[in-house]
Design a protein around this ligand. Sequence first.
Ligand code: ATP
Ligand code: ATP
Ligand code: CA
Length: 222
Amino acid sequence: MKVLPNKQYAVIGMGRFGTSVAQSLSKLGFDVLAIDSNQQKVEDVSAWVTHAVTADSTDEDALRSLGLRNFDVVVVAIGADIQASILTTLILKEFGVPQLIVKAQSELHGKVLTKIGADKVVFPERDMGMRVAHHLISPNILEYIELSKDHSIVEIKVPSFAVGKNLKQLDIRAKYKCNVLAIKTGNELNISPLAEDVIRTDDVLVIVGKTEHLSELELDYA
Ligand code: ATP
Ligand code: ATP
Ligand code: CA
C-alpha cells in the first residue's frame, strides 16, 4: 500500500461539518486534533479522534500552546460565530499554517476569509443545497460540481433516447457546447471517449461545460 506522508491535521469546531471531517480523517487512519470551546462536544468526539481538547480558538496563546503552528492542515469549522471564525483564521494565518481550510456561512463571510488568506473556503450547506436541487430537477443527475463561477461538471445517467447511440450521433459538443470527459459503465471508466463510442443502458456521462450550457443539456437529458 502507498504510504501517505503523515501530515498533522487539526479541526476546530465540532459542529456537524467539523465532526464529519475529523471523523472521516480518523477513519482513514490519520492523526487528528479536534478542538472545541464546548467541553461536552470535546467529550463526545474524544473516543474516536487521536486528541480532543477544549479551547477557545480566538485565544492566540491557547492555540500556540497547543502547537497549532506545527500543523500541516487546519480546518476551521466554526459557522454561526463569524467573528470567531475570522479571528481564528487570522491567528492561524499568522502562525504560517501551510494549508488553511475554512467553512463559510455566507458569500460575504467567504470573501473575507479569502482576503485574510484562507487557502480554501468551503460552503457545505450551499453546495449540498445546489446538488440536491439539481438532483430534484432529475434523478438522472447524480452529481453536480461547480468548478468556477461559470463552469461546472455534471454526472448524468443516460436517458433511454441516448442508449445505443454514439457521441457523434448525440452531438453534445455541437448542440450544447459541452464536452463528455468520461463514460462510466459500472465500475469501468472510459476517459476521453471517442466520437464512435456507444452509450449503453445505465451508463453515466461525466460532462464539463459552461453552467448555462449544461443547464440546457440537463433539461433535455432529464
Ligand atoms: P454545523 O457544521 O453543525 O452546521 P455550524 O456551522 O452551525 O455547524 P456552529 O454550531 O456555530 O457551526 O459551530 C460549530 C462548533 O464550533 C460548535 O461546536 C462551537 O462550540 C464551536 N466553536 C464556536 N466558537 C468557537 C471558538 N471560538 N473556539 C472553538 N470552538 C468554537
Ligand atoms: P468537432 O470539430 O466538433 O470536434 P470533429 O469533426 O472533430 O468534430 P469528432 O471528433 O468525430 O468530429 O466528433 C463528432 C461530433 O461528436 C462532435 O461534433 C461532437 O458533437 C461529438 N463528440 C465527440 N466526442 C465528444 C465528446 N467527448 N464530448 C461531446 N461531444 C463529442
Ligand atoms: Ca449550520
